[in-house]
Design a protein around this ligand. Structure first.
Ligand code: SF4
Length: 331
């Protein structure tokens, strides 16, 4: 939906019309302007013509399991997002912020696509709206939005933050800022900027290796932002915001999953307050294999023995090829 055009069309109208229109789109989740009964008929027609609400996307997956949506963007590009339905009633949408990614992490399907362009904020917002409309039909709601799909969110900082601002709006979608999470590979400028924002969003940092040598090998961006720089920025972020930070660690067989590496990781993180490690089963997308469950269990034990808090996330919809940083736009 062209949110920029919406603002433009409603510029000439009294201010409350924009509020009404946004409430219809983000609160009532209308799919056709004719449903926006608070707006005069003429305006509804104009909006129908110049700001259609239809979202171009195809959906894959099972109705009660994770669902993947493939969005068609201008210029024929495609981008993916995933809806995860949790057993406790939460519904998380994992959105993409870029088409492809410039950072080329070796284990990531998106990185293998190359970079096409940043998504603008209406394109990111649409991914959430699409699933919100879907869930509305089941009398359910989106409870969390995570920026963990295609792309590095901090390389598209302004559009990501604008999306959060729009979805956080009390008169519209009204999703509390603590229900947003941004996952970064450790773009230090982004971490610093986020610490200054009023939004209390969650920060996740993808480490995936306990030392610079290995990290540089599997994540080339480590040359620019080595672990020490990232952890300094996280330390400042925690001091400033008093918010917990999650360190993501994808478990890759015989690459980063030994006891020795767990010990190194614990040593690295022992002085970072309010942090915890999230161990993620790897979705095989190319050259690497996932760690065996017993290995992950042992890795977790070593971390815990050293006083590190650990959570373990189940696979992010492996059957539909969806995972943190692993969406690929296969179709
Ligand atoms: S893991 Fe994230 S940052 Fe790395 S290539 Fe994939 S999308 Fe880009």
């Amino acid at each position: 939906m062209d949110l920029v055009n919406l603002d433009k069309i409603l510029e000439k109208e009294p201010k409350y019309r924009l509020k009404q229109a946004k409430s219809a789109v983000f609160k009532d989740l209308i799919e056709d302007w004719q449903e926006a009964k608070t707006l005069p008929q003429g305006l509804r027609k104009e909006l129908q013509e110049h700001c259609p609400l239809r979202l171009e996307a195809s959906i894959f997956g099972t109705p009660d399991g994770p669902s993947r949506a493939l969005f068609s963007l201008r210029g024929g590009l495609k981008v993916e997002s995933v809806l995860l339905r949790h057993k406790d009633g939460r519904n998380t949408v994992c959105v993409s912020s870029q088409v492809g990614c410039v950072l080329c992490c070796q284990f990531c399907a998106t990185g293998q696509l190359g970079f096409k362009r940043n998504l603008d904020y209406p394109e990111i917002t649409d991914q959430v709206l699409f699933f919100a409309r879907l869930l509305k039909k089941e009398k359910q709601k989106i409870t969390n939005v995570v920026f963990m799909g295609m792309g590095e969110p901090f390389l598209n900082y302004d559009n990501v933050l604008k999306t959060i601002e729009i979805l956080n709006d009390k008169d519209g979608f009204n999703l509390g800022s603590r229900h947003f999470s941004i996952s970064t590979v450790g773009i230090v400028e982004g971490i610093k900027k986020l610490a200054e924002e009023n939004f209390q969003v969650n920060l996740a940092v993808s480490l995936h290796a306990p030392d610079d040598k290995l990290r540089e090998k599997i994540m080339p961006i480590n040359k620019k932002y080595p672990l020490e720089k990232i952890l300094d920025a996280v330390n400042d972020y925690v001091k400033k915001t008093k918010r917990r930070v999650m360190f993501e660690y994808i478990m890759i067989k015989d690459v980063n999953d030994s006891d020795e590496q767990a010990t190194k990781l614990a040593e690295l993180l022992k002085n970072i307050p309010l942090s915890f490690v999230n161990l993620i089963s790897y979705n095989p997308t190319g050259i690497f294999r996932p760690s065996l469950p017993e290995r992950i269990k042992r890795f977790k034990e070593v971390l815990e023995e050293k006083g590190i808090s650990v959570t373990q996330r189940y696979r992010f919809g492996q059957d539909i090829a969806a995972a943190c940083g692993q969406l690929a736009g296969k179709r």
